[in-house]
Design a protein around this ligand. Sequence first.
Ligand SMILES: Nc1ncnc2c1ncn2[C@@H]1O[C@H](COP(=O)(O)OP(=O)(O)OP(=O)(O)O)[C@@H](O)[C@H]1O
Ligand SMILES: [Mg+2]
Length: 246
Amino acid sequence: MDNILERPVVETVKLSKRYGDGVGTWALRGVDFCARPGEFVAVVGASGSGKSTLLNMIGALDRPTSGFVKINGQDTSKLDDNGLAALRGGTLGFIFQFHYLLNEFSVLENALMPLSICNGGPTSDDVEWVKSLLKRVGLADRMKHRPGQLSGGQQQRAAIVRALANRPKVILADEPTGNLDSQNGALVFDLLRELNSLFGIAFLLVTHDDRLAQEAERIVMVEDGRIVADYEVARVEEEIDDRPIA
Ligand SMILES: Nc1ncnc2c1ncn2[C@@H]1O[C@H](COP(=O)(O)OP(=O)(O)OP(=O)(O)O)[C@@H](O)[C@H]1O
Ligand SMILES: [Mg+2]
């Protein structure tokens, strides 16, 4: 028996995507990629290299032209629309550059939205879980506010809680800090890192910020629809930090 903890939570096999008819644009060209449970992977590459397309295919937001994606061992090409909706609602969480919070609803209601849409509505346990997350990200006193009354960094933190509401196994984050100044971007990134180690959720995070990418466990570089580099980030200082204080 293989070790379930080592089984990939995300796997792509010869994943290709062409936009448009005929020759079109090949946004992905045969990408083979795996992420283990709880891994924190930064996806980097030039504008137009295929990063968002890769995340969108993994998140089943769009269908590949060829190849396939497995989430938790399940081939998403074999799922019908209901199966895909269940996967998106139950296993995956999404964070985008823009928060897409709805101003008609409070911060708490927005964060509960994935549970309101899927799974028959939030239970009282769910509400407590989401409230505890909002507190953890520093929004304890903003739960009843409308998103428009929050700062950009606070809005993105509310969107992060929304992505965690359904207790996903994988979070797909497409430039979650791209719309923030560098200080707020670093705060949001640190928060994602903390949530990753607390809850063992795998993160695939697209970023243009090389300094932030260096804080990931692993960096995947995309160029012209292909993965051209994939390496673990060396972390010497953590070994030093781990030593007991004399
Ligand atoms: N809906 C679409 N229709 C046609 N072409 C598209 C579409 N979406 C993306 N493309 C093309 O596919 C290629 C990859 O785009 P993608 O959005 O994945 O790049 P990216 O790496 O996320 O870039 P950025 O860093 O600018 O967000 C680009 O050439 C882009 O123009
Ligand atoms: Mg993109």
